[in-house]
Design a protein. Structure first.
Lengths: 255, 255, 255
């Protein structure tokens, strides 16, 4: 079943959301495909260093970091430990934006939070590499959509995106940035401002931003994309609080 | 007070000079703002990995690495440990190029070396994030200037950029590159060619370039942007000379 | 001797293949030159983190990763430990694509594998930096070629590109990617599918792709660019097999 990209004129932006790393050839190879197949569309690297294999963590970041982009933006999303296997590729339209990638849970949070949602399953790949579907399968679909082309996949129930065993908010660190700040899978809107979070055996209070606490003090705050983030003013939260990707935390009295 | 961007047609280039890291979402988020608000202007990442919080080091690099860019280039400059606090944002026009960023000293060296200099203070930010002014405050100003828009700030004395307690040349390592070369805050023009520098307890002579010394030998040289840099032919200066960002050095007989 | 760029209308793409690192200013400075001198031509970073000084390893990667690009693509290739010394710069046309860089062996494998091959030697650099020919010598030539300009160099025998002491396939790891996969200098077409490779004292069998072996198992496979690559399903081959850049391996019974 074909579906007309109802944006009409296509996207004005393609956004990459991957674990490919800026190192090595992978991002460049994907960009080369997009440049050849959708030459007029700018490409932005939003995340290139998502934690390899951590689909659930990436799934928390996606809706938080995609929300600021305009309608019709096309997101190429790849965290894909199952590449080459049976997991299907999908196209998702959520609140006017488009997402393409492997369906291993990456779109679960997006789907749960979206107001308007549709989903198509991509046909089984033809004669392409078994290890680089980002380049050989998903990038051509992203280019086609961005140019205003049709979705060439079968419409499927959006329930296929769900992971019913995943909570609405994920109480662990999902990404540590270069400053040592620890982004979590919890929406700040889900935590009251006076809550003292318990992380790595330590109580951590909320602050509005870095300069509101003394240098060296740890705090949690609603980061610039609405997620709970642990930070230290003029220091590294990962070092001071001994946090890693995956470190769990809890509400007071929580388990 | 409004001021007409006297370049008339706006910039042909926006240059990013930040400590955001290529990791994570920050550079991509800034690029997305620029793409939306100044879609016709190319964006170059000059430095994305300035040493976090090291404003003085970055201030030494800025004039050295900006000098090769054409007039009207717009530099978005962010090393901003005080984000969200009271420190003001500024627009600087120096020798025909434009600079936008937080005024915590980052433009001090540029201001001291510039022939022609003007400065405007940005209004207090409105309802934006308290932790990501690079995206929410400075990028929109850069986009507006690059499009040929007016500076929407109050003209202020250029003395506000100064740090009178900072020397003209900073005798320490300010950046170590991926090859282990150590860029310093000293202009090569300020050091005679026959000077033997004292660094980490070792005397280091000048050479013209790598291939002029035997493999494994350390030397200092005037790097391709006019700064004193320590290097080792076919080796790593940071390892061989035990240098870190911040390692001080001195002239012979200096303290 | 001048030679007309027989692509007529110039390139539609400039590709960077370097060891400059995404860190620091170097890629940005090269991009700025290209942007100024060939503003209409998109630039792709294919490899920015080739192993410093490892010309032979990079020479193995170049034809494998360049083959997918269209004719007339211009590759700016720099792994250049001899920068500033006597080594000449060259322009190579191989199977319709263009390559610019220092001639220290980087084009040896490309030349050996090419069907159609021409080579020109660049004139001795004029008054430019002695340490950054990527920016000051090679980028301007790439921009000129991409715009459809003539090669401004002397035609020289293609034998100057050769390294007769280098084998057709290099049985060692030449690049480790962010997932810990180890790319080698061996074309997969040169190894039968049933061959068990010997690496770091361990036998490693071939698989089609990651999902074809149990999680944690090591295998070798023909990667998405036709090179032999060691990998571990949902793990890191560099850690599991104790591989580094430079680790040698062999065919069964080989030395």
């Amino acid at each position: 079943m074909e579906h007309k990209n109802n944006t009409g004129c296509g996207a004005n932006l393609i956004v990459l959301f991957t674990d490919f790393g800026l190192e090595g050839p992978y991002i460049g190879q994907v960009q080369a495909v997009l440049q050849q197949q959708a030459p007029a569309i700018p490409v932005i690297n939003l995340f290139s260093d998502l934690v390899p294999f951590d689909i659930q963590g990436a799934a928390c970041l996606l809706p938080a970091y995609a929300a600021a982009f305009p309608a019709a933006t096309v997101f190429l999303c790849v965290v894909d430990p199952g590449v080459g296997g049976a997991r299907p590729g999908v196209v998702v339209q959520a609140d006017g934006r488009w997402y393409i990638g492997p369906n291993e849970g990456l779109f679960a949070r997006l789907a749960r939070q979206a107001g308007k949602l549709e989903c198509w399953q991509l046909p089984k790949p033809g004669d392409v590499s078994a290890s680089f579907h980002g380049r050989d399968v998903f990038a051509p679909v992203a280019a086609r959509l961005a140019r205003g082309g049709d979705v060439s996949g079968e419409s499927v129930p959006v329930s296929c995106l769900e992971r019913t065993d995943w909570p609405d908010d994920l109480f662990r660190v999902v990404y540590i940035d270069r400053f040592g700040n620890a982004i979590t899978g919890v929406r700040a809107s889900a935590v009251a401002e006076d809550v003292v979070l318990q992380v790595a055996g330590q109580p951590v209070k909320r602050a509005r931003t870095f300069s509101d606490v003394p240098a060296g003090d740890a705090f949690w705050y609603a980061n610039a994309n609405g997620l709970v983030e642990f930070a230290v003013n003029r220091g590294r939260a990962d070092v001071e609080l001994q946090l890693n990707t995956g470190t769990a935390f809890k509400l007071p009295g929580g388990e």
